[in-house]
Write a protein that binds this ligand. Structure first.
Ligand code: 5RP
Length: 240
């Protein structure tokens, strides 16, 4: 099974949580794109849902599939948000923002009664930090924020687009990717980053996800908020 096959399986499983009439948060990235495509098929068959997208790309895809798009003016509460992740760790702590949409993703996840993560099993880790942690930064504050992230030992690097231009988020900010190494205390790392004026948001999503649907050639498993040995035992089954 390819990684894309696994992503598609996780996306399909998430559809089982979608009910007629729901207001949905639509994530960003390749796994979320598959979820939106699958959702579009269901909408074509008569499912009535409305959604808020976490990026311009996801909104455009949803609109192209006739999934009605709303804003938080229509409702500040969503029934369900479905999104991918760059890393899934113990307690369903996540690193997100590989695609640069972390700010809207966090807002949308926070507005949802239930937040489901969909991923292939390569995203499961025993400790967060292998994937660089994205931090969204106000443009004029970049040198100030970078210096302070450096002082916290977080090794910040400004993100560039493939064409060499600086990466700009949908909200007009920069992204700095921090190569932190193993994040032993995610809550402290999150608090350190939040303490810096000029930081808009960071990609640590802590205590937000309700469940993660993780797909591998063994099928899709639901990973819930397990910690320590129970978590390691649950995910070791996937690695074997
Ligand atoms: C975008 C994200 C994505 O959910 C994350 O990067 C996972 O992407 P993919 O599904 O392509 O592996 O956080 O900002």
């Amino acid at each position: 099974m390819t990684q894309d096959d696994a992503k598609r399986m996780a996306a399909r499983r998430a559809l089982e949580f979608v009910e007629d009439g729901m207001l949905l948060g639509l994530g960003s990235g390749s796994t979320s794109r598959m979820f939106i495509e699958e959702l579009g098929e269901r909408v074509k068959q008569g499912l009535r849902v409305r959604g808020i997208a976490t990026s311009t790309a996801s909104r455009q895809l949803a609109e192209s599939l006739s999934i009605p798009i709303i804003t938080f003016d229509d409702s500040p509460v969503l029934d369900l948000a479905v999104d991918g992740a760059d890393e899934v760790g113990p307690g369903l702590a996540l690193i997100k923002g590989g695609g640069g949409a972390l700010l809207r993703e966090k807002i949308v996840a926070s507005a949802a009664r239930k937040f489901i993560v969909i991923a292939d099993s390569s995203k499961l880790v025993n400790q967060l930090g292998r994937f660089p942690l994205p931090v969204e930064v106000i443009q004029m504050a970049l040198p100030v924020v970078t210096r302070k992230l450096d002082a916290f030992g977080l090794n910040p690097r400004l993100r560039y687009r493939p064409d060499g231009a600086r990466f700009i988020t949908d909200e007009g900010n920069f992204i700095v990717d921090c190569s932190c190494g193993e994040i032993t205390d995610p809550a402290k790392t999150a608090a350190d980053i939040r303490s810096i004026p000029g930081v808009v948001e960071h990609g640590l999503f802590l205590r937000m996800a309700s469940v993660a649907l993780i797909a591998s050639d063994q099928g899709v498993i639901e990973v819930s908020k397990l910690y320590g040995d129970r978590y390691k035992k649950a995910i070791s089954r996937l690695a074997s």
